[in-house]
Design a binder for this molecule. Structure first.
Ligand SMILES: [Zn+2]
Length: 225
């Protein structure tokens, strides 16, 4: 078994959703400047880098990320679903209905867009596939064991389609009698290091421990077979 991270470091050049705030990591005291010790000031939008979206992101008064205990952020049966999509296309029910999702508690869409994160940032930020609201509905209706969905894109929703983006998130987060627990989303994941012949034994999301915010940047630890 090998432990790896399915999350990225944050630095001054980390991708951030267009229209939001760029991360800045600024040297504060520095030994090379004559200070006694090194320290930094970190300013990061809470949806920057690999991060976990909790229901409070789109629903006022819903559960915020710091209210999840670590048991609710640990998944014993994750599955990577290869879902190569053309830029800007939506992941639909058709793409996943033939996959046997029985028993899985977390699914990770590997769209392949991750390769543009380094080589073509504009493509990564504006051409990502998204997950359709109908797909989220279908998952919540038919697979209530699934508690978390991750993706190797900047967002679970495609760029510049605010209406669908809102629907995708609200369908994931709303309380509905015919659904199970609200979902969590992990966005901007690092999935390329998991070999196609490898399975993930378990996965733990460790969000920044900050009270009062909807969602948070996170570290994602996976145990590979
Ligand atoms: Zn987000």
């Amino acid at each position: 078994m090998t432990k790896i991270l399915l999350s990225y470091n944050i630095d001054n050049n980390s991708p951030y959703y267009i229209g939001t705030t760029k991360p800045t990591i600024t040297p504060n005291t520095q030994i090379e400047n004559g200070d006694d010790y090194n320290s930094y000031i970190i300013e990061v939008f809470n949806h920057c880098g690999t991060h976990v979206d909790a229901p409070r992101h789109f629903i006022s008064g819903a559960k915020e990320i710091s209210k999840y205990d670590i048991g609710e952020l640990s998944f014993d049966n994750p599955l990577i679903i290869e879902c190569k999509k053309s830029p800007g296309k939506l992941i639909t029910v058709k793409d996943i209905e033939t996959t046997d999702l029985t028993g899985f508690d977390c699914i990770l869409f590997r769209t392949g867009l991750e390769k543009y994160r380094e080589e073509n940032l504009n493509m990564y930020l504006t051409q990502n596939p998204g997950v359709s609201p109908e797909t989220i509905h279908w998952i919540r209706k038919n697979h209530q064991n699934i508690k978390c969905i991750g993706i190797d894109c900047i967002s679970m929703a495609r760029y510049d389609d605010a209406e669908i983006a809102k629907k995708t998130h609200i369908t994931a987060f709303k309380i509905d009698e015919s659904y199970g627990e609200p979902l969590l989303f992990i966005e901007d994941m690092k999935l390329e290091e998991v070999g196609s012949d490898q399975t993930i034994n378990n996965l733990i999301i460790v969000p920044w421990q900050i009270k009062g915010i909807d969602s948070a940047p996170c570290t994602v630890i996976a145990d590979l077979e």
